[in-house]
Design a protein around this ligand. Sequence first.
Ligand code: GRF
Length: 204
Amino acid sequence: MGKVSIAVLASGRGSNFKSILSEIHAGRCNAIVNVLITNNPDAPAIEIATQNNVPVEILEPKNFSSREDFDDKIKETLDKYDVELVVLAGYMLILKGKKLLDSYQIINIHPALLPSFPGVDAQTQAFDHGAKISGVTVHFVDAGLDSGPIIYQEAIDISNCKTAEETAEKILKIEHLAYAKVIDLFSKGKYVLEGRRVKFLKNE
Ligand code: GRF
């Protein structure tokens, strides 16, 4: 089965990006990373890309006259690298460009059980609410904030976590394998987006 060509979009640390690469190398994620796109020239994710021979494109909104032009440029870059699936991994900008959203399937990972705790600092939000259970959500991206159709969720007990940081660490551990698994399932055609719902298929 052919590998799915992906672009990873990341703004920071890149631990999900790194884990996707290592799951690919271990043969557990049927994908190839064609490009890393970042809006942050100082993102540690760039170093991870360089070490793994993944091309890097730095695209900063400040260099474009509008957010629409910026999103169009992202689309052009994805076209140039022959990307089939766009993977947001700690990408801190909301993609709104119609051309971009209409042209690509884009997925995101969020460190909470959506629709609870969308937006930034989801782990702190969960901790501050005294949530006993939180987890990870992988979803398709639409023009909203963490609002697209949900593909996969995994819950964990955070009731014993003493700080927001400990909560975030516990969630991050499950993020890493979950994201690679969802990408692998995509490459094997195991689910499709039908309107606002994700349908899982029973093909081989
Ligand atoms: C992760 O917690 C992810 O769920 C969220 O942003 C964080 C990115 O972390 N969307 P990293 O850059 O992958 O380490």
